[in-house]
Design a protein around this ligand. Structure first.
Ligand code: MEV
Length: 320
């Protein structure tokens, strides 16, 4: 028997990086999904990624094996192993990953794969883990990918929809009636979220007082923007996205290509545009009115980059 589960990618609309320091952030799930198929096997955990074209067998207790396959697939193994541990089951597994989400681009591909793995494994074992359990185990896997995650990526991939999240207060679903058109541009520059987090750590360590003010500004703008969003004031929300991008630039996580995409989107009439996720490359996100959506997407496409136009998806992790 086999079970397939899937989980969505995410975009952070406001507050990334500062969320690692306890501030709130707003994120939504989008309609690109990671799919994970699992079946039982006699011993060990075999992981194959169709995207990386890599496979690896993981044995309990055998750590730090050299090689790309081990390093890239270990988060999937951790998600599967931790799920088995939680359920007190000792079995081997075969795990196949097939994801539509571009990797290392700020759209939360590793978190979506982790959440889908937990759901698939627990369903295969016959236990219906609640969303909160799925989220917690997915965070364990995320810790291997970048050692100090805020937890926002696994949270949104698990729950779907649109949320405001902070490490202190947890998740609150946002009540948004307005349809949000999202235009995502991918610089095509892959980067490690962990490295980007380290860049911000450097600023926080060397200029604690200044960083404190920037973080506080991020908190204020996220809280103001969340009420704008719930009231349907997308114009103000977009302006605050632009302000937020300025703060992210200030702490060193933008890059020339991101700036080019962001200014192109704004020039084409976006209500707001900013980097999304770890930065340093990866993706930017813009919001636009239905009338300007196509112009913004065309503007970005004219730069020769991959563009996704999408809306919020309300389905989080699910069995297929
Ligand atoms: C990565 O998608 C978002 C960051 O804020 C890291 C995290 O919150 O774990 C950069």
């Amino acid at each position: 028997m086999s079970v397939t589960a899937s989980a969505p990618a995410k975009v952070i609309l406001l507050g990334e990086h500062f969320v690692v320091y306890g501030e709130p952030a707003i994120a939504c799930a989008i309609d690109l999904r990671a799919r994970v198929k699992v079946s039982e096997s006699s011993d060990a955990i075999y992981v194959k990624s169709l995207n990386f074209n890599l496979e690896q067998v993981f044995h309990e207790g055998v750590e730090n094996v050299e090689g790309t396959a081990y390093r890239k697939l270990k988060p999937v193994y951790i998600a599967a192993r931790e799920t088995l541990k939680k359920l007190n089951v000792d079995t081997g597994l075969k795990v196949y990953v097939d994801s539509e989400i571009p990797v290392a681009s700020g759209l939360g591909s590793s978190a979506a794969v982790a959440a889908a793995t937990v759901k698939a494994v627990s369903t295969l074992i016959g236990e219906d883990l609640g969303l909160e359990e799925v989220r917690k185990i997915a965070i364990e896997s995320e810790r291997y990918v970048h050692r100090n995650p805020s937890g926002i990526d696994p949270t949104i991939s698990t729950y779907g929809g649109m949320i405001i999240y902070s490490k202190k207060t947890g998740v609150r679903k946002l009540n948004v009636r307005e349809k949000l058109s999202l235009i995502i541009g991918d610089t095509g520059i892959q980067r490690s979220t962990g490295e980007q987090i380290k860049l911000v750590e450097g600023i926080a360590r060397d200029y604690p007082e200044i960083f404190n003010y920037i973080s506080k500004a991020a908190r204020k703008l996220v809280l103001k923007a969340s009420s704008d969003l719930e009231r349907g004031d997308l114009t103000s929300f977009g302006r605050l996205m632009n302000v937020n991008h300025g703060l992210l630039s200030a702490v060193g996580v933008s890059c020339l290509k991101l700036e080019e995409l962001i200014y192109t989107a704004r020039k084409a009439g976006a209500l707001g545009a900013k980097l999304t996720g770890g930065g340093g490359g990866g993706c930017m996100v813009a919001i636009a009115t239905p009338e300007r959506k196509v112009a913004v997407a065309e503007g970005l496409r004219s730069l020769g980059v991959n563009v996704y136009t999408t809306e919020v998806t309300y389905e989080g992790v699910r069995v297929e």
